[in-house]
Write a protein that binds this ligand. Structure first.
Ligand SMILES: Nc1ncnc2c1ncn2[C@@H]1O[C@H](COP(=O)(O)OP(=O)(O)OP(=O)(O)O)[C@@H](O)[C@H]1O
Ligand SMILES: [Mg+2]
Length: 262
């Protein structure tokens, strides 16, 4: 049963020009992501993961190549992005943060209220809706970013290490919440992480990138039933094998980039 392609990236290359010369951050990326698919990108630091997301978010232009995000003709934003931090507007309350994108689009008041309330509830923020970001913990701030991104009802979600700064317990709770919203909404998610556990817990498919210039050099299909538990990653032989495969890949890439630097 083939699914529709949601994101198609063709021959995408990105170079940055600096005084010392140019840096090829991304080299000939070709990628198709299906509608509703949850894809994680894993790769060594500096390999161009954030650059790829920023291009898909329209914040940078590709040097060569192109991408398309399929739309279904409804009036919704192409993408919402969730960052590791900086995701909330400090002078707005939790509730105002979540409804911000909807207000900007001048949607009907009733719809804004309903959708904001729904995502505040889904992310466990109901009780905190009138607080300001400075009154929130790191985990709560990330919940606000996630609630806002989903409330916008975008075609795709782009997430750049959204849980990297959280402790393991909080991270797990937010991962569960994210998966629950994902399965309810059927959104397409492209998610960057440094954590192999996180990639195995969340993904339908994991893309491994090389060190600079960033290329996609391997993909791993995580064909495991959901919901998955952290224990599965250790105890299920297939998942444990995938963990080791990704671990070795990262080690090789980091060592190679060290050799090139030295
Ligand atoms: N605006 C920019 N101007 C110049 N160079 C840039 C710019 N943005 C990124 N780069 C360079 O492109 C390369 C890729 O950076 P990027 O931030 O995409 O890496 P990353 O894979 O997200 O790394 P990390 O895992 O550390 O977040 C790096 O060498 C970086 O210095
Ligand atoms: Mg990055």
């Amino acid at each position: 049963m083939g699914r529709k392609a949601k994101i198609i990236i063709r021959n995408l290359t990105k170079a940055f020009y600096k005084k010392q010369g140019s840096v090829t951050a991304l080299d000939d990326i070709n990628l198709t992501i299906d509608d509703g698919e949850f894809v994680c990108i894993v790769g060594p630091s500096g390999c161009g993961k954030s650059t790829l997301l920023r291009i898909l978010a329209g914040l940078e232009n590709p040097s060569i190549g192109e991408f398309t995000i399929a739309t279904d003709g409804e009036d919704r934003p192409l993408q919402s992005m969730v960052f590791q931090e900086r995701g909330v507007i400090p002078w707005l309350t939790v509730e105002k943060n979540v409804e911000f994108g909807l207000k900007m689009r001048h949607l009907p008041k009733e719809l804004i209220k309903e959708r904001t309330a729904y995502y505040l509830k889904k992310t466990g923020l109901e009780k905190f809706s009138s607080l300001y970001p400075k009154e929130l913990s790191g985990g709560m701030k990330q919940r606000v970013s996630i609630a806002r991104a989903f409330a916008n009802d975008p075609e795709i979600l782009l997430m750049d290490e959204p849980f990297a700064a959280l402790d393991e317990q909080n991270k797990f709770i937010l991962q569960e919440e994210l998966l629950s919203i994902w399965s309810e909404t059927g959104k397409t998610i492209l998610f960057i992480t440094h954590s192999i556990d996180e990639a195995l817990l969340l993904s339908d498919r994991i893309l491994l990138m090389s060190s600079q210039p960033g290329r996609i050099i391997r993909e791993i299909i995580v064909d495991m039933p959901r919901p998955r538990k952290i224990e599965d990653i250790r105890e299920n032989p297939v998942m444990a094998g995938q963990f080791v495969e990704i671990w070795k890949h990262l080690q090789e890439e980091v060592q190679q980039s060290r050799r090139e630097d030295g």
